[in-house]
Design a binder for this molecule. Structure first.
Ligand code: PLP
Length: 420
């Protein structure tokens, strides 16, 4: 079937589609598949109990039916937007009004709007790109533009730390904001690495963005104040030139598809127009469920007291398992500063990370090959073929069995390499 240029672009193979297919298989595949891929958050009992109780009271009060019976405006549910503005103003004094916030169908949807608003062809003259100042970056950005060649990325500086850990930092010497940059975008904490850009890095990026008159997009899907999956010191950041994207997904509601964007009123107006055309209005279930949590600030206490410690403990457990079982001295883990992933680096890996992914899939373990996470990086770099991402959010038993198979596979790969 012949398709348009748009059709061809969006029907070709993409990493994010493969990932979501794997995720679906893994979620439905029961005990046969050890799902350490995907970005699915954990089913945390306290959170699930609270969400169930909230839905029950909405049902009892008739609010759920009312919500489902009505469209919201293209900017999203007004009560929720006002409650969010109040929450952020009380927490950080950002002086937001409802003109600064909109709701989207998940933050993935917001990135599609943003990348196509700010990147691509401007008046037939310049083709502007979205700049990722620190590769590796989130796989889901990779195809989220109708333009070809829409992204550019910069290799990080790598610092080796004690105990087999390492950390990426922005290489500001290599970072150039040229005329063809339409926006700068970072995830903080970063998917896939669990890196958290330091306050200094964020201030430096903000300065560069303002000096060059381009917005700074900060993807806060795992960040503060909710779901607060951050284990390093990081101050929340927003100003008039920042587009801050949040989500209810990692709080425990990925099926609700609820993203939140905080930006200046011009950007919000433009995105609301896009939303009207592409979706009429964003879904209202997530906002309705989360509204009481935002109004009472319970969303913060649950994030601080339940979600953050849950993931921190999981991260520590997974690191200990990996370090006990993977014996090669070529193994490194990116310092776990947040999110729900560990980023594993196997120096001089005898096969590519994609081959490793396939081998592991045959053995029933799903991880994600690291090579997907370098959208916009033009230079050849061996490192892109040496890393894999592990999601440690699933049940301990699944993580333990998955790590055992991974360790056995890696150990025998390096052993056979040294035997040659
Ligand atoms: N940003 C990052 C860094 C992510 O990891 C994800 C999902 O895994 C998203 C955005 C999109 O999340 P959602 O569309 O569920 O809000």
């Amino acid at each position: 079937m012949p398709y348009s240029i748009f059709g061809n672009k969006f029907t070709q193979h993409s990493g994010i589609t493969e990932l979501m297919d794997d995720l679906n298989e893994g979620v439905q595949g029961g005990d046969d598949i050890l799902m350490l891929g995907g970005g699915n958050p954990a089913a945390i009992p306290e959170i699930q109990t609270r969400i169930t109780a909230l839905m029950q009271s909405l049902l009892d009060e008739g609010k759920l039916t009312q919500t489902l019976s009505n469209y919201d405006g293209p900017q999203g549910k007004t009560d929720f937007i006002e409650a969010l503005a109040k929450l952020f103003n009380e927490l950080y004094d950002w002086k937001l009004s409802s003109e600064n916030i909109m709701i989207t169908n998940g933050s993935q949807n917001a990135f599609f709007y943003l990348f196509n608003l700010l990147g691509g062809n401007y008046n037939g003259e310049v083709n502007k790109k979205i700049l990722f100042p620190l590769a590796p970056e989130y796989i889901g950005y990779a195809d989220a533009s109708v333009s070809e060649d829409a992204f550019v990325a910069v290799r990080p500086k790598i610092t080796e730390l004690e105990n087999g850990l390492f950390k990426y930092n922005v290489d500001f010497d290599a970072l150039k904001i040229t005329e063809d940059i339409g926006a700068i975008c970072v995830s903080r904490p970063t998917n896939p690495t669990g890196n958290v850009l330091t306050d200094l890095e964020i201030h430096h990026l903000d300065q560069l963005a303002r000096d060059n008159n381009v917005p700074l997009i900060i993807d806060n899907a795992y960040g503060t104040p909710f779901p607060n999956m951050i284990f390093a010191d990081a101050t929340p950041f927003w100003n008039n030139n920042t587009i801050l994207c949040l989500s209810l997904s990692k709080f425990g509601l990925p099926g609700a598809r609820c993203g939140i964007v905080i930006a200046n009123p011009t950007i919000i107006k433009a995105m609301a127009n896009l939303s009207g055309i592409m979706a009429l209005s964003p879904g209202s279930i997530g906002p309705e469920i989360a509204l009481p949590l935002v109004k009472t600030k319970e969303i913060i206490t649950l994030s601080d007291e339940v979600i953050k410690p849950f993931y921190q403990a999981k991260a520590n457990k997974a690191i200990a398992l990996l370090q006990q079982q993977i014996t090669t001295p070529n193994f490194r883990i990116h310092k776990a500063e947040g999110a729900l992933f560990l980023w594993l680096w196997f120096k001089d890996l005898p096969i590519t990370s994609n081959e490793l992914y396939k081998t592991l899939k045959e053995k029933g373990v799903i991880l994600v090959s690291g090579h997907y996470f370098f959208p916009g990086l033009e230079q050849e770099w061996q490192h892109t073929q040496e890393c894999i991402r592990l999601n440690y959010a699933q049940d301990d038993d699944v993580v333990e069995r998955g790590v055992a198979i991974l360790a056995e596979t890696i150990n025998s790969l390096y052993e056979s390499k040294s035997a040659l």
